[in-house]
Design a protein around this ligand. Structure first.
Ligand SMILES: [Zn+2]
Length: 70
């Protein structure tokens, strides 16, 4: 799958960082109750240029930005 330069940079952001300018939320934010009653959130994003999809998460056990392998 070809992805644009902005998405390549996004995929390299393992910890945090805001979505790049053409990366738009495509779903409602999902709220989970993790271990120790710690809540975390996930949200799906899609790039408007190359159509790559990412899931953003603030679960400290996950990458902040996970590129969907399609
Ligand atoms: Zn892209």
């Amino acid at each position: 799958m070809e992805i644009c330069n902005l998405c390549e940079d996004q995929a390299a952001k393992s910890k945090s960082g805001k979505p790049h300018e053409t990366l738009m939320a495509i779903e409602q934010k999902r709220v989970f109750k993790g271990s120790n009653a710690r809540r975390f959130e996930e949200q799906d994003y899609q790039c408007q240029v190359c159509q790559a999809k990412f899931t953003w998460s603030n679960n400290t056990n996950d990458l902040a930005w996970t590129l969907w392998q399609g």
